[in-house]
Design a protein around this ligand. Sequence first.
Ligand SMILES: Cc1ncc(COP(=O)(O)O)c(C=O)c1O
Length: 382
Amino acid sequence: MEFNFDTSIDRYGTASVKWNKYGRRDIIPMWVADMDFACAPAIVEALRRRVDHPIYGYSEPPSGLADATISHLENQYGWKIQPEWIVWLPGLVVGLNVVCRAFGREGADVLTAVPIYPPFLSAPANAARHAVRVQMLEANGAWHWDMAALERAITPSSRLLLLCNPHNPVGRVFSRDELREIADACVRHNLILCSDEIHNGLVLDTGKRHIPVASLSEEIAQRTVTLMSASKTFNLPALGCAYAIASNPDVRAKLKKAMAGIVHHVGLMGYIATEAAYRKGKDWQLALLDYLRGNRDLVEREIAKVPGLRIWHAEATYLSWIDARELRTDDPLQFFSDAGVGLYDGALFGAPGFLRLNFACPRPLLERALERMARAVDARRD
Ligand SMILES: Cc1ncc(COP(=O)(O)O)c(C=O)c1O
């Protein structure tokens, strides 16, 4: 089936966080991580069918949803999970915050690698824990966890490690060996491993594969909470459906205790969309990945030509990570915003002077944004 990702759809008037940020100012929004593409027709159809039944009462996960999720994970990653391991959540960020509350005591250290998606840095403080930032290493044109720095950062008060794979914002798909090293450190130091794998369906490099860290061994699975959702791959973040997977009943019990009375149940439409995505979204997903690959290649080619900017290759996600420190402007975010391109500030990810660019939009719009960026830098040099 043909899907058209080139069509531009007006999102004004749809309460879009991404598009409302700049109002009607001529700034192309490329910051928050949602896509300017219509979602899969099979999902729209499933939602429409449910909307046509006019009673939206309290709901439980539809009877086929766990099965659809289990089959999806087995088909995609050869990872076999049991239905009772799944804990439904209204979002991944909720999951990160719940995990921080569930394990260790107040004041405990929560380790993560920076740069990182900002809620990894705020969730520990929300739970009266302490976020410990391990700086990632950049080598041979790619970012890696610095295992020596991680070992140095672990103390007797460390209880939890937050992993992001594929990694937002650096776009890495960690290899089996890299994952094993991180997970082995958790085993050695008795840390709970929370793995945010929301970008699992967005691996762009054809030679790379997403590996759920909990699938590496039984020993690792026993201390792991995996957070997943169909929302990033299928562009459903406003529908609020995500899940944790934990095979260890004690870990699950702690999660549920931390959620009790606070975390709201998942919305009906989120369940419906997730099941439709997993059962009927594959063709759309493959076409999306093709299109995103083209966008990514364009961004990487064009940004590499801009003096003062450095870009890393995104193996996965629709996010490019850019170093703007050599631009020698006090505020690169403002500089590009003045040029009509709204990026995300690297400082929020623990990396001042860097920028994140969301390239999940129709290619003509992306071309316009890249032209604006190149022209703004060029004009400054005149
Ligand atoms: C790594 C990561 N985790 C979580 C989220 C957000 O998840 P949710 O919208 O389900 O809270 C994002 C969104 O960009 C993300 O990149």
